[in-house]
Design a protein around this ligand. Structure first.
Ligand SMILES: Nc1ncnc2c1ncn2[C@@H]1O[C@H](COP(=O)(O)OP(=O)(O)OP(=O)(O)O)[C@@H](O)[C@H]1O
Length: 621
């Protein structure tokens, strides 16, 4: 528990410099006692002992001594001492912290920040020292897990804190029970205010930085530039993992190495196991937290409203009464969109709408309705409400379920493929729209960008959409693709089939026409700007069409060869029979035909029939 120790008041002036004179000190701040400043003089912090070690640094118990004209106070604080950062990175970090400090102090769900300092060149963030964390509490319990009402209660505190951080633009990226600190009123506060996120944009050059704690990390958190973007829904995954740990006492992916967790979460796309016996709404929202496509996950406000509703229905002993489900349920998903995805943007009267296409699919729209204008809304946003759409040429408006429509603003809708008008060197110019605001402000995700791109729609133009199931090949002018891409035996790029589209437009491409041994992967990633479509119709000649057929499955080639051989053998037999019959007839008639002249045979087949070592490939190429 935070301890306040009064010490005799020294006669000190309160003007101080945060970073004293030497080169490592990044800036000088002069403060007055009344000024609320994040800066703490290094000499004001006395480290006592280390209480923990995390990915980003060590946590120390320390004493923070504060003086002013009329007081001199000492507080016990927890000091997070970050691993050493390059000078320019540290400078940017401190600048960002300065801007967030006061905002964070206003957030009740985040631990009370004392300020920042630099000790021995390392950034130190001082926070109120709390008596323990949710992880500590679990460890002290006999059954090593929390009761459902406590889980919901802490969950509500934490979802509130996280949501408030989101409202100032900060994903936490490090939600886990050891970062959930308990105050004197048994309320949970966040012990991290988004340090990984602050470091995220700055650490391009630093290698092997894990952006969080592996057991709690969402798929996109492992490789934000490849499978990103990092977004608020990234925290939903970490939140879901933390809730599971509170309910079961077992940390997700317990006992697995970092590499094994990466394989499970990112490559095999597995989800942590959700225990049974939970109220259906709670189970549903936690399951939603583990959607691979972050757009399909619930936001903190969704989680919060489910938890708040459920807490009212749960008794102290953890038994719960069945509540009529009000929020989105599993069954209300449609066309690959979960109800969490659909609930992120609600229609308003006056919106231009068009039918929604299934997610990442080439299937046509679900309805044959042209573009229209919303003229009426009927029902609750929680449920799939009915929208009245006015369509030009029709006298009466049509009643359509809201989930079957998407809003079109300035010609764009969420989920559209877009291309940046100005060429980018670092990231792909082709990506997917994540949000379209009514004022024309857009958020899009691109391969090569860790977070969402946000700007005006005037920077964008529509791009051709890719769908799961389409065949693609690297464009001929791409000499150095962003990701590895397999080649054929002849050296040209192979053609593969899109098996999945990530939220930033990154394509996961399988190569069914490529034979692989053992557990060698046959999936490759592709930047959508570097590939072109290959289809049977667009293949110019018969040979190209056949090559395209080979791309469908590695067995096509051996099958065609076997079929050719079989046909050739059949032909040989029938020709042989025909020839001997004719010979016999000729011998009988004495006309001399059937003397072995093969000129009438198709040349390659003749090769097979009469050249012993004829290469089988000659038959078809
Ligand atoms: N303000 C605080 N008051 C009391 N204990 C704290 C405080 N902040 C952190 N701790 C405790 O210190 C320990 C280490 O915390 P820290 O957050 O650095 O490590 P971590 O959670 O293991 O990793 P990470 O760096 O990834 O967050 C944890 O047990 C945590 O509960």
């Amino acid at each position: 528990m935070a301890e306040k120790i009064k010490v005799p008041k020294p006669a000190a002036s309160f003007e101080y410099e945060l970073f004293e004179g030497d080169a490592d000190h990044l800036r000088t701040v002069v403060a007055t006692p009344t000024q609320i400043s994040p800066w703490i003089k290094a000499t004001e912090l006395k480290l006592k002992h280390r209480i923990g070690r995390g990915n980003f640094g060590d946590v120390w118990l320390a004493i923070h001594r504060q003086s002013a004209d009329d007081f001199d106070e000492c507080h016990e604080v927890a000091v997070k001492m970050l691993h050493p950062l390059k000078k320019d990175i540290a400078q940017t970090f401190v600048y960002k912290f300065e801007r967030l400090f006061l905002k964070c102090r206003e957030i009740l769900g985040v631990g009370w920040l004392h300020g920042v300092s630099i000790m021995n060149g390392k950034i130190c963030i001082a926070m109120k020292f709390y008596g323990g964390s949710v992880a500590d509490r679990i460890a002290l319990l006999k059954e090593r897990k929390l009761q459902l009402p406590d889980v919901l209660r802490y969950g509500i505190d934490l979802a509130n804190g996280t949501q408030e951080l989101h409202s100032i633009g900060l994903p936490v990226l490090n939600l886990k029970p050891s970062n959930f600190l308990l105050n004197e009123h048994d309320r949970a506060v966040l012990g991290d205010f988004g340090i990984p996120y602050l470091l995220l944009e700055m650490l391009n050059s630093e290698k092997a930085l894990i952006l969080g704690t592996p057991n709690y990390m969402a798929p996109e958190q492992w490789e934000p530039e490849v499978r990103g973007p990092i977004s608020f829904e990234t925290d939903s995954w970490g939140f879901g993992c933390s809730i599971l740990e509170m309910l079961t006492g077992v940390r997700p992916w317990f006992g697995k190495s970092v590499e094994e967790i990466y394989q499970s979460v990112v490559v095999k796309q597995q989800k942590p196991q959700v225990p049974s016996g939970l109220p259906p709404d709670v189970e549903n929202v936690i399951n939603g937290c583990f959607e691979y496509d972050l757009r399909n996950r619930p936001l903190m406000e969704d989680i919060l409203s489910v938890f708040q509703r459920s807490l009212n229905a749960v008794n102290r002993d953890g038994a719960w009464t069945h509540l009529k489900s009000r929020g989105p349920t599993k069954n209300s998903s449609f066309g690959g969109y979960t109800s969490w995805y659909l609930s992120k943007d609600h229609l308003q009267v006056g919106d231009t709408v068009r039918p929604r296409k299934p997610l990442n699919s080439c299937k046509p729209q679900n309805m044959d309705v042209p573009i229209g204008i919303v003229v009426g809304l009927d029902g609750d946003t929680d449920r799939n409400r009915i929208v009245l759409v006015k369509i030009s040429g029709l006298q009466n408006p049509l009643s359509v379920q809201e989930s079957k429509l998407e809003r079109v603003t300035s010609g764009f809708a969420v989920g559209d493929w877009v291309r940046l008008k100005n060429k980018q060197s670092k990231h792909s110019p082709v990506g997917i729209l994540h949000s379209v605001q009514r004022d024309g402000y857009m958020a899009a995700a691109f391969v090569g960008l860790k977070t969402l791109w946000m700007d005006s729609c005037s920077e964008l133009q529509m791009a051709k959409a890719y769908c799961v199931g389409q065949f693609v090949r690297l464009k001929v002018n791409v000499a150095n693709p962003r990701f590895d891409w397999p080649r054929k035996r002849g050296g040209e790029w192979s053609t593969g089939r899109i098996s999945q589209i990530l939220p930033n437009g990154c394509l996961i491409v399988g190569f069914p026409g490529r034979f692989v041994f053992g557990d060698e992967s046959n999936s490759f990633l592709a930047d959508p700007a570097e590939v072109e479509l290959v289809s049977f119709d667009s293949c110019p000649g018969m040979v190209e069409k056949y090559y395209h057929l080979e791309d469908f499955h590695w067995a096509v080639r051996p099958l065609v060869i076997a079929l050719g051989l079989f046909t050739a053998m059949k032909l040989t037999i029938s020709i042989g029979r025909g020839a001997s019959t004719k010979l016999r007839k000729g011998q009988r008639s004495g006309d001399g035909q059937g003397s072995g002249n093969t000129a009438w045979l198709h040349p390659p087949i003749a090769n097979i029939l009469f050249e012993e070592d004829a290469p089988t490939a000659n038959i078809y190429y």
